[in-house]
Write a protein that binds this ligand. Sequence first.
Ligand code: AP5
Length: 213
Amino acid sequence: MRVILLGPPGAGKGTQAGLLAGSVSAAHVASGDLFRKHLGEGTELGKLAKQYMDHGELVPDDVTIKMVLERIGAPDAAEGYVLDGFPRTIEQAKALDAALAGQAQEIDLTPLIEVETEELVRRLTGRWICRACQTPYHEFSAPPATPGVCDACDRELYQRDDDKPEVVRARLETYERQTAPLVAYYERQGKLVRVDGEQAIERVTADLRAALR
Ligand code: AP5
């Protein structure tokens, strides 16, 4: 199974990709997590990505495409993957299609998780993430059992630098300008399904599972 979760920042892509990938033995491949890993390790790619992430802009296509194509070539992605945050431009989508076509493969489905802007801002500004396993929480709608501690692995939770209100606004504008055109791109391929992302997390998961079946 090869799936792309589409949707604006805060729609719940990371939350749902983690749940889906865990239940169907697919790899969860999140471009933002890959950049943050590089950032944490102090690599040149991490330093480059930070310049864009801090302003809510997209990291250039060439380095992003190379990083993600390498990741989906790893052994744990051989049986399939759930992509979260990639592709984000038409150029990235075309590069992915071309790479898959070269292996007689294609994307199976691209669910679009739809959420209104006001709710996106509420979610991002209240989000906490596990430093170790990246599980996202929300201070009101999805709190951990113990404040500041991950339910899954007992490690510390933190807030992302780019979840500050001014950067969140820039990320939402970037989404509309550069990523929203992917909706028409995958609609033309007959792969787009729309899912109401404003329901409870379990309801969204159930709708995604139904779409995948
Ligand atoms: P990235 O890390 O991909 O961030 P994003 O797309 O902006 O998405 P988020 O992780 O913010 O939101 P999400 O949809 O995953 O929501 P989540 O599940 O966490 O990218 C960061 C940056 O990296 C980009 O700005 C860019 O600079 C760079 N980058 C990454 N990919 C790139 C690419 N392909 N090309 C170029 N640059 C790239 O949920 C959010 C919150 O809501 C959580 O608190 C969660 O608990 C809560 N929540 C989730 N679902 C629900 C629900 N149903 N009800 C209530 N609360 C919910």
